[in-house]
Design a protein around this ligand. Structure first.
Ligand code: IVH
Length: 673
């Protein structure tokens, strides 16, 4: 290859690799598989070996780490790295806003609001646009020089991009947070397990452990990430006078900046942002422990100044901790709808993720062994978002001498049937089927669920009583219930009984998709049920289908197909279906619709804001019936975003990514047309 061809190719490869780094670490949307990324990387490496004159310090190939250090040098920060005061409640946020308004003598303040990343604070120094030094926060005045390790952090620019921005500062400090994405953390721990090494307890510890490696080649393997959140000292360039302008500049220089930043007015803007990010938190690909509010105007920031070691112009509003420590008092075994035995930890009550938790799942026997959980242990309980609380790990240092190992029962704790475990499964299952009252109760609750037959008011307490009193054994029995049977139950008044009978009668008019889902066939979720209904159009056709025929349905593989065939082969399941039909359960049958002819097959929609004519659920069902998929988050794969009233960040994201946005009217005419 001629040198000028090589020069062009090298430049193109570098730009391409940096672009993929950004897609992966900032936008969370990897565009190519890891193997392809590695291929680009190797091609660049080999060109640089062939033409050493093309190698530069800021090439992505220089992110692989170098010879190990003996120790980290200490570095005195030129401006101290301070911390933030915390607010844990709305009152504390209101008090912060009042203090700011009073000090400035204004009625309303403009704030820049952003995520509080749960990683490690880092200071990066660039001279004439080139990365020269990176340090940890340390005690705030002196940190450790981790430059070589930071060079390996892929999304961190080794040279500031000056393209459209004009002059670069002669000397600038950029502040931000090094962290590890959840998926990289999971991969790292899987690797640690495979090597028999100790696992990291959370992404922050993994990031800290990885950054403080004397051997930067290890850091290079760990896939760390970085988000910038501010500028420290800056010489040789006048910075924008507002915090959000500075963030935009950082982004133009090539730093990853979280997309969720905003500018809001007044305390209500702060609290709305807190709520919104609280909802998004669990879906983010990295950990945050709160949000940060900063007075946007830099001159006002300066006027407010600092108290002790924290600024007066900013505050962190923390989310409730997702992890807490407590004692595991006992382990019970619960039996689920499909007979799976789930060990459940009974805990000394503990406040975590904003609620008091007394039970947490231990998933299955293998997980108990893997985490080495024993009765009497002190454990860390985790409750993230709406996820069921789980025992994350044991605090081994606190294990009492009499801690007991858990033994899986050999018989179902509810019906006494023996338990079995398939070779390829983690769960032990009760073999009692619908003979087992626990499975029966769960099957009924599933049948009555909102997304199945939607029988309002039929909750656990009622199902429990109906099954225990032998009033209801199968879903079909629900439709035989009369007033007197209901009135004989505890705490059941005439009015509630009437309401329940009404809800049961109401549920008879359903859809084929809901009916199939309600049957509770193993491996058949809502989406599969919907695909089945659409594909076959009628229940009789579905009942007659064999494994091969079932597999013609979109996304249905051999496991799901076999589950369905097994379910319909059972005489008692067929009987229940017949009884249900005889009791008047009906739906519209239609001609089978092969997957490809639906108008929105393969299209991905995201719904945001409030629609006037339909609920979210109704809009979702309408779209799905037309073949569309409805997703919870906007990515570049999204085809349409439907924006109702008060659409927030999803709408913004769609606009950033150039995705078609539909108003409610446009949406309605699209689905109706
Ligand atoms: S600003 C003078 N912004 O939180 C204020 N800090 O408790 C400097 N952090 O040490 C910090 N996300 O490591 C700021 N968006 C954000 C942040 C953030 C995370 C960390 C940072 C700092 C700690 C303060």
């Amino acid at each position: 290859m001629a040198i000028d061809t090589a020069t062009t190719r090298v430049a193109r490869l570098r730009a391409e690799i940096e672009r993929h780094n950004r897609l992966y670490y900032e936008l969370d949307e990897p565009a190519i598989p890891d193997a392809e990324y590695d291929q680009l990387f190797r091609e660049l490496q080999s060109l640089e070996t062939q033409y050493p004159e093309l190698l530069t310090l800021d090439s992505p190939t220089q992110r692989v780490g170098g010879a190990p250090l003996k120790y980290f040098a200490e570095v005195q920060h030129r401006t101290p790295m301070l911390s933030l005061n915390n607010a844990f409640s709305e009152e504390e946020v209101r008090a912060f806003d009042s203090r700011v308004r009073e000090a400035l003598g204004v009625v309303e303040v403009e704030y820049a609001v952003e995520l509080k990343f749960d990683g490690l604070a880092i200071n990066l120094r660039y001279r004439d646009g080139v990365f020269v030094q990176g340090t940890t926060r340390g005690d705030g005045s002196t940190g450790e020089d981790v430059t070589e390790n930071l060079r390996t952090v892929r999304p961190l620019p080794l040279r500031l991009h000056d393209g459209a921005v004009g002059d670069l500062p002669a000397d600038v400090e950029v502040r931000g947070e090094v962290l590890m994405f959840n998926r990289d953390f999971d991969q790292l721990n899987a690797q640690q397990r495979a090597n028999g090494d100790k696992e990291f307890v959370n992404p922050r510890n993994a990031a800290a452990g990885s950054l403080r490696q004397l051997d930067s080649r290890i850091t290079a393997d760990r896939h760390l990430s970085f988000f910038a959140y501010g500028v420290g000292l800056c010489e040789g360039l006048a910075l924008p006078r507002q915090h959000d302008g500075q963030m935009a500049l950082l982004q133009q220089w090539g730093f990853p900046v979280a997309l969720q930043r905003r500018v809001v007015s007044g305390v209500d803007g702060l609290l709305d942002y807190y709520r919104e990010m609280g909802e998004q938190r669990a879906a983010l690909p990295f950990a945050i422990d709160g949000v940060v509010y900063k007075v946007n105007d830099m001159a006002l920031q300066q006027r407010l100044g600092f108290v002790a070691r924290a600024p007066r112009f900013a505050i962190a509003h923390k989310f409730p901790a997702e992890e807490a420590m407590t004692i595991l008092l006992d382990i019970d075994v619960q039996v689920g709808r499909t007979g799976a035995l789930t060990p459940v930890a009974r805990l000394a009550p503990v406040f975590v993720g904003g609620v008091t938790v007394t039970n947490a799942t231990l998933h299955n026997e293998d997980e108990i062994r893997r985490k080495d959980v024993r009765i009497g242990d002190t454990v860390i309980v985790r409750r993230a978002g709406d996820v069921i609380p789980e025992v994350a790990r044991v605090v081994l240092e606190r294990r009492p001498a009499d801690a007991r190992e858990f033994v899986m029962p050999t018989r179902c704790p509810v019906c006494g049937s023996h338990v079995a475990r398939a070779d390829d499964e983690a769960a032990w299952r009760c073999t009692g089927g619908l003979f087992c009252p626990a499975q029966r109760k769960q099957a009924l609750l599933h049948f009555a669920g909102r997304r199945a037959m939607n029988i309002d008011g039929l909750g656990d307490k009622l199902v429990e009583q109906l099954v225990d009193a032998n009033r209801v054994n199968t879903p079909a029995d629900l439709y035989e219930l009369g007033m007197s049977a209901l009135l004989s139950l505890e705490r059941m008044g005439e009015k509630s009984a009437l309401n329940l009978l009404d809800a049961i009668a109401h549920s008879k008019h359903t859809t084929l998709a809901r009916f199939i889902f309600a049957l509770g066939i193993r491996n058949v979720g809502e989406a599969t049920a919907r695909d089945m209904a659409r594909h076959f159009g009628s229940l009789d056709k579905l009942l007659a289908a064999d494994v091969a025929r079932l597999q013609q349905v979109h996304d249905v593989g051999p496991v799901v197909a076999q589950s369905m065939v097994d379910f319909f082969a059972e005489a008692h399941n067929r009987d229940v279906i017949e009884q249900l039909r005889r009791s008047g359960v009906v739906w519209d049958e239609h001609e089978a619709q092969p997957d490809s002819i639906l108008p929105f097959t393969g299209k991905i929609f995201v719904l945001t804001g409030t629609l006037a004519a339909l609920s979210r659920q109704q809009a979702k069902e309408r779209l799905e019936a037309l073949g569309a998929k409805v997703s919870g988050s906007v990515s570049k794969k999204t085809d349409y975003v439907v924006a109702g009233l008060e659409s927030g960040s999803k709408l913004e994201r769609a606009q950033q990514l150039g995705i078609a946005v539909l108003s409610e009217d446009e949406f309605l005419s699209l689905i109706e047309g």
